[in-house]
Design a protein around this ligand. Structure first.
Ligand code: UTP
Length: 412
C-alpha cells in the first residue's frame, strides 16, 4: 500500500485496516487501496461525530401547510388541469422514476424488492410488473411510451437488471427503461472505524433515497433527460402498489401554481399514525417525522375537525427537471441508524453480531424541500393511491396492500 494511502488512514484514525493486509492477495490489496481512495473520510468523520452530538435545539416555527384536496376540485377546474397535464404527457416530456435502491430489510425478501411477488385478483404479480402495468395503461391513454428510470444500488443493480431481462421487461419497450446507480457510504462501528466485509472490501451501503439528486446528475441521467426533452419527472417508491404516477391533474395543478415540486398526501388516519407529515417550518416546506411532532400539535384539529398537521407524506413527488442541477449540490442532512452488520475480523473470521454494532448513514429525498417556501400539495384518497408493502406482516404488509389493490381494481 502506498505511503500516501497509509497517511490517509492514519489521519482519520483508520490504521486498523493495515492489519488486514496479511489476509489479502496482491489483487485484493490493490482493490482495497482503490476503494480507500474513493472514500471521503472528512465527510465520514463528520457523520460519525454527529452521532455523538445532541441535536441542536433550533427556534422552530411549525405551521400548517396549504394543500388542495383532489376530491374537492370542481369538475371544470379538473378538466382545465387535466388538459394542461395531458398535453405535456402526450408530448413525451414526462418521465417516471422509481426509487428501488433500498434493502427492504423489513419485508425480508431475498433480492430486489421489485422482484417480490404478491397474489392479486389479477394473478401473481411482481412489484416491478405492477409498475409496468400502470405504464402500459398510460401508453394506451396518452399514446406515448413513458421513459422509466429505476434507481438501484450496488447491492441490487445486477439482480434488478437480470430480473427485468428475464421477464422481458413485462412487455414494455426496454429501450425506454434506464437503470442508474445511487451512491454509497461506508458503515462505521461505535468507535467510528470502517469495517471489512467477507469479500475483504470496505463495507458500504446505499446512502438513502436522498442520494437520488447526486445520482441523477453523476450517472448521466440528467443529460439523458435533457437530450430526450423530459421536463417533468414523477418519483415514487418501488413498494406502493397503488402509486398513481401518471397524473395529469397533479401536473396541471403544479404548473398552475407555478411550482417546481409537488407532492401527494393522504389524510392521516389518526394523530399518532407512524409517518411523516408535510408542514411549514420557519416558512419553508418540511416533512416532520411523527416522533418530532409534539402531541398537542399531532392532535390539533381545525374548525372542520380535520387534523391541522394531517398531510401524510406518501413518498410520491413530481419534479421539474430544471431544478435537479441545483438539488444535486444541496447539502442534505444525514440520519444515522444503528444496525447489525456482519464484519471480518483481523483473524479472517466473519463475526455475526447479536446486537447493533454499526452506524449506517442515510439522506432522505424530502429534506431538500426546505429550500422552498412552497410546493404543490395534492391530497388524494388513500384507498386510491396508497398501498405500501413494507413489513412482512401487520400494517403496510403484503396482506393489507393486496386487499387495497383488489378493491381498487375490483371492476377489472
Ligand atoms: P424505505 O425507507 O422504505 O426502505 O425506502 P426499504 O429499503 O424499502 O425498506 P427497509 O426500510 O430496509 O425495510 C423507501 C423507498 O426508497 C428507496 C426504497 O427502495 C424504497 O422504494 N430507497 C431507500 C432507495 O432507493 N435507496 C436507499 O438508499 C434507501
Amino acid at each position: 500500500m502506498k505511503e500516501e494511502t497509509k497517511k490517509i488512514l492514519e489521519k482519520y484514525n483508520q490504521q486498523h485496516i493495515l492489519e488486514y493486509l496479511k489476509l489479502l492477495t496482491e489483487e485484493e490489496k490493490n482493490e482495497l487501496e482503490k476503494q480507500i481512495l474513493t472514500i471521503d473520510f472528512e465527510q465520514l468523520k463528520e457523520l460519525y461525530e454527529s452521532t455523538k452530538r445532541q441535536p441542536k435545539i433550533e427556534e422552530k416555527k411549525i405551521e400548517h401547510i396549504p394543500y388542495i384536496d383532489k376530491e374537492k376540485i370542481s369538475n371544470s377546474t379538473k378538466q382545465e388541469l387535466e388538459k394542461i397535464g395531458r398535453k405535456i404527457i402526450s408530448s413525451g416530456a414526462y418521465a417516471v422514476l422509481t426509487m428501488a435502491g433500498g434493502q427492504g430489510t423489513r419485508l425480508g425478501h431475498i433480492g430486489p424488492k421489485g422482484s417480490y411477488a404478491i397474489n392479486t385478483k389479477n394473478g401473481t404479480k411482481y412489484l416491478f410488473e405492477i409498475i409496468i402495468d400502470t405504464l402500459k395503461r398510460a401508453k394506451e391513454k396518452y399514446g406515448v411510451t413513458i421513459p422509466w428510470y429505476i434507481m438501484t444500488s450496488k447491492e441490487n443493480n445486477n439482480e434488478t437488471l437480470e430480473f427485468l431481462e428475464e421477464h422481458n421487461y413485462f412487455g414494455y419497450d426496454k429501450t425506454k427503461v434506464t437503470l442508474f446507480l445511487q451512491g454509497e457510504l461506508p458503515l462505521v462501528n461505535i468507535e467510528g472505524k470502517i469495517i471489512l466485509d467477507k469479500e475483504k472490501k470496505i463495507k458500504e451501503a446505499a446512502n438513502g433515497n436522498g442520494g437520488i439528486y447526486k445520482a441523477v446528475k453523476n450517472s448521466g441521467l440528467l443529460d439523458e433527460m435533457k437530450r430526450d426533452g423530459i421536463e417533468w419527472i414523477f418519483i415514487s417508491n418501488v413498494d406502493n402498489i397503488l402509486s398513481n404516477f401518471v397524473d395529469p391533474i397533479l401536473l396541471g395543478l403544479t404548473i398552475k401554481e407555478n411550482n417546481k415540486i409537488a407532492a401527494k398526501s393522504v389524510a392521516k388516519n389518526d394523530p399518532y399514525e407512524k409517518a411523516g407529515v408535510f408542514c411549514k417550518m420557519n416558512n419553508k416546506v418540511k416533512v416532520i417525522e411523527y416522533i418530532d411532532l409534539p402531541s398537542e400539535m399531532a392532535e390539533q384539529r381545525d374548525e372542520n375537525g380535520e387534523l391541522v398537521y394531517g398531510e401524510l407524506n406518501i413518498s410520491t413527488y413530481l419534479y421539474n427537471r430544471s431544478i435537479f442541477e441545483e438539488l444535486a449540490e444541496f447539502k442534505l442532512p444525514y440520519h444515522a441508524a444503528f444496525k447489525k452488520s456482519a464484519y471480518l475480523e483481523t483473524t479472517g473470521k466473519i463475526i455475526e453480531p447479536d446486537e447493533p454494532n454499526i452506524y449506517k448513514f442515510e439522506a432522505f429525498i424530502f429534506d431538500t424541500f426546505v429550500k422552498y417556501n412552497n410546493i404543490t400539495i395534492l391530497r388524494v384518497k388513500r384507498e386510491d393511491e396508497f398501498a405500501p408493502v413494507k413489513n412482512r406482516t401487520g400494517v403496510d404488509s403484503p396482506e393489507t396492500a393486496i386487499k387495497l389493490y383488489n378493491e381498487f381494481y375490483k371492476e377489472d
